[in-house]
Design a protein around this ligand. Structure first.
Ligand code: NAD
Length: 321
């Protein structure tokens, strides 16, 4: 799909970050957009920002829905059909996602399943929910956001990252398998899988909100885990007070957003260029390109500490993941 003018796009997780930038850039290009998120306030801000940039007559609609809940997604689909007076859509961006519940061994089961249900379930249910409307279009494109963690299940040798990585591998596998399925059964619908490296968004902060683990609400058990994590990374914090530790956790979320090598706006540009070029595989950021290559070159050693040190020696992930 080389041109988005007059098309209709659905974007999940449009409240902030890459989802917001996708909404803004699609609207700027004259594409009608329907977006959902769990956060109503940021959704409204996205709509205002997108409308400011869009040609007159471009529709930008919003809906509060949790992508892990099929009933809410079906209600979103019905709202899209009604508000855009349509039976078809052209683009589906399954973008919503959260981090959290890294350890399968040690973290709370409900939190683990929540991360997986959003990151994998949201893509699965999103595609199920909107496939009929995509197939009803003359041309359709599904854009599923995985991650570099869909290739490399690690954010460092001392940090378990199981729920997110399992979900992102599932998103990549599903998307790659859909290529053949769509070619056989719905050749006018394409699929791309997006694999960003580190992009400057509030995902760390937002994940805390979704999981009910904002820095100032962290309890004794949470702080014990933070202390253990920092000690494993070579930063013992036995002398640091609980209050200062909470401040440190908050600063980490801000640093992840503010000190990234790529902005959310640039990431959205790369994603939309990839869609225009019909690329099925969209790596976002130089770090993603390097990790992809290094893991494929040497899969056997990918989870050894030396491999992580080699990534850092290339200037990747400057301590923020
Ligand atoms: N930022 C990065 O470095 C990075 C790297 C690789 C992949 N990703 C992926 O990119 C996508 C976008 O993330 P981002 O970095 O822009 O983060 P973000 O937190 O800024 O945006 C994600 C949005 O999804 C929303 N959301 C969360 N749970 C939801 C749910 N259950 N239902 C509906 N909406 C929900 C959040 O409220 C937020 O507005 C995610 O899938 C993320 O995993 C991000």
């Amino acid at each position: 799909m080389e041109n988005f003018v007059g098309r209709i796009a659905v974007v999940t997780g449009g409240g902030t970050g890459m989802g917001r930038e996708l909404v803004r850039q699609l609207a700027k290009a004259g594409c009608h957009v329907a977006t959902c998120d769990v956060a109503a306030t940021t959704l409204d801000e996205t709509r205002t920002l997108a409308i400011e940039m869009a040609p007159a007559g471009t529709r930008v609609t919003t809906f509060v829905a949790d992508v892990a809940d099929e009933t809410q997604l079906l209600a979103f689909r019905d709202a899209v059909a009604k508000e855009h007076a349509t039976t078809s859509i052209n683009l589906l961006f399954n973008n919503a996602g959260v981090a959290g519940a890294g350890s399968f061994v040690d973290d709370d089961r409900a939190a683990w399943e929540r991360t997986f249900a959003i990151d994998w379930g949201g893509v699965y249910l999103g595609t199920r929910t909107f496939l009929g409307m995509l197939m009803a279009a003359d041309e359709g494109h599904i854009v599923n956001t995985s991650s570099i963690n869909g290739i490399f299940a690690s954010v460092g040798p001392n940090r378990p990252h199981t729920a997110y990585s399992a979900a992102k591998f599932a998103v990549r596998g599903f998307s790659e398998a859909l290529i053949t399925d769509l070619r056989m059964n719905a050749p006018h619908v394409r699929v791309s899988v997006v694999m960003p490296g580190h992009v400057g968004t509030s995902i760390v902060i937002n994940s805390g909100i979704v999981h009910g683990k904002e820095p100032d609400t962290l309890d004794e058990e949470d702080l014990v885990k933070v202390r253990r994590q920092l000690a494993a990374d070579g930063t013992p914090v036995d002398e640091v007070s609980d209050e200062d530790l909470r401040k440190g956790v908050a600063m980490f979320g801000e640093a992840f957003r503010d000190l990234a090598p790529l902005s959310a706006a640039s990431a959205a540009e790369i994603i939309l260029d990839g869609v225009r070029q019909n690329k099925w595989r969209i790596l976002v950021g130089e770090d993603a390109v390097i990790v992809d290559r290094m893991v494929r070159d040497d899969p056997e050693h990918a989870y050894e500490p030396e491999f992580w040190r080699a990534l850092q020696a290339k200037g990747l992930f400057g301590g923020f993941v």
